[in-house]
Ligand binder design. Structure first.
Ligand SMILES: [Zn+2]
Length: 124
């Protein structure tokens, strides 16, 4: 196959712009989640000295676990976006790994890191 399918540079640039926006948002969200975790940690250490309420301590712990979960989730999301941007650089972005056809644009805008087109994904 001499000419593999790929998106044009112009379209790849368009995708890149969308991804840049998503990346900024992801970084922001991760920052918020981290701040939340830090706040809970700070409050937690103060509370544990003065408070003997086991119920409160438990809910702090739950809050903290939730915040860490958010940080991990946001970080994962960010890694996906970075991987998608790498694929843009290599011009392999948006091509289905199974059938080597271009992946639907709407799908790429929604899930930029996807490596399978809709029909391949649903045929699993
Ligand atoms: Zn496919």
């Amino acid at each position: 196959m001499p000419n593999k399918k790929r998106w044009s540079d112009k379209e790849l640039n368009e995708f890149k712009k969308v991804l840049d926006g998503k990346k900024d948002k992801a970084l922001q969200e991760m920052g918020l989640s981290k701040n939340l975790a830090d706040d809970i940690l700070k409050n937690n250490s103060v509370n544990s000295i003065y408070s003997s309420h086991i119920a409160d301590a438990a809910s702090d712990q739950e809050q903290l676990e939730k915040a860490y979960y958010w940080v991990a989730r946001d970080n994962k999301h960010l890694q996906y976006l970075l991987r998608a941007m790498e694929m843009i650089e290599q011009k392999t972005f948006g091509v289905c790994l199974s059938c080597e056809q271009l992946i639907e644009k709407e799908r790429l805008m929604e899930v930029p890191h996807t490596t399978k087109c809709f029909s391949c994904k649903s045929s699993i």
